[in-house]
Design a protein around this ligand. Structure first.
Ligand code: DAH
Length: 342
């Protein structure tokens, strides 16, 4: 390339860049112009620089010198524009503020519906005198099964129904591996092992079962577990507490009904399924019953001295019923359009 052509293209570019920088009226526009002209990879200046290679060898020093000068000028024009825009910001800050302008809405996040439900449940049960406690999500055989009167041969231990953990480490007996807890009843044992009666606790948390996700199942869900141990506790106490709980949660004294259906759980005797009716239609809430003497003995309590009741209810079900949610998966898809409704 002839030196004259190279210099002409440099001059033209400098002029264009100066115009672009001088007319940019926002920081974004200025940045766009900077990238267009001074961008390190494919800015115009970089393109022109490539032409330097094809200038006659004897002309190179002159071409290079001019190139550097033009580059400096363009950078200077950019900085000037930057200062001009910064000055404008300062200027506008001192302009009178129009308090009648509509405000800018800030979108504030909020708690997940399940978290809201859990907090509300803790609150209600707290007023009934129950303390909230927590237990680990990774459990051992003793707390998830054995102490809960679930013998080795029981189908509830089936590997198809539990998330057993691969415990390859030495010293860990293979027949009693750890698992992701399948129920919050584990916490009953943990509490009773450490506390002398009376006991009055609830525990809320995640449980895991290898179910295929559909509208009503999810491999992870939450339970609220309750346990009351004292002298002379009866089924009537259980039903009163559950009715008060449901009525407080759904907020209609006469419109919430609780019913028991006979059932079986290894850790309670007798055992019941708990159903609730609110705005028509019965809904299964979970299981309950009087704590089995075997369980009391497993934690060192004397079943002749104390009795107690326990219950375990599905948190998702209750939350879904309250809000009219029909698919449990919606709770865990993290779709803001769904979540922002609660
Ligand atoms: N653990 C049972 C389950 O996951 C629910 C349950 C039933 C909990 C009876 C209890 C109970 O505390 O007494 O299905």
């Amino acid at each position: 390339m002839a030196l004259a052509d190279f210099l002409a293209s440099l001059d033209a570019l400098a002029q264009q860049a100066r115009d672009a920088f001088a007319t940019a009226n926002s920081a974004d526009a200025l940045e766009a112009a900077r990238i267009e002209f001074l961008g390190a990879k494919s800015g115009h200046l970089r393109q022109v620089q490539k032409g330097l290679g094809s200038v006659e060898k004897s002309d190179k020093p002159a071409a290079g010198k001019r190139f550097n000068e033009i580059k400096g000028l363009m950078e200077q024009a950019f900085e000037t524009a930057q200062e001009r825009l910064a000055g404008r910001v300062r200027e506008s800050a001192s302009e009178p503020f129009d308090v009648t302008l509509p405000g800018q809405t800030v979108r504030v996040g909020h708690l997940h519906p399940i978290t809201q439900t859990i907090r509300e449940m803790k609150d209600i049960m707290g007023r009934l005198g129950f303390t909230a406690v927590e237990g680990p999500e990774i459990e051992d055989d003793w707390h998830n099964f054995e102490a809960l009167n679930i013998p080795l041969s029981h189908p509830a231990r089936d590997p198809l129904d539990n998330f057993y953990l691969a415990t390859a480490e030495k010293g860990c007996q293979d027949e009693k591996p750890l698992l992701l807890r399948s129920q919050t009843s584990t916490v009953q044992i943990r509490v009773m092992e450490k506390t002398a009666p009376p006991v009055r606790i609830i525990s809320l948390g995640r449980v895991y079962r290898p179910d295929t996700a559909d509208a009503t199942h999810y491999p992870m869900f939450h339970q609220i577990e309750g346990l009351l141990i004292d002298r002379g506790v009866t089924m009537a106490d259980l039903k009163s507490v559950l009715r008060l709980f449901c009525q407080s949660y759904f907020g209609g004294d006469d419109q919430v009904h609780v019913r028991f259906r006979p059932s079986f759980f290894p850790f309670t005797e007798p055992s019941v399924e708990v159903d609730m009716n609110w705005q028509g239609g019965w809904m299964e809430m979970g299981g309950a019953g009087m704590v089995d003497p075997n369980v009391l003995r497993a934690v060192g309590y004397d079943p002749e001295e104390v009795t107690g009741f326990a219950f375990g209810l599905g948190v998702e079900r209750i939350c879904m019923r309250q809000h009219g949610i029909t698919d449990i998966r919606a709770l865990y898809q993290n779709d803001v359009r769904f979540l922002s409704q609660f």
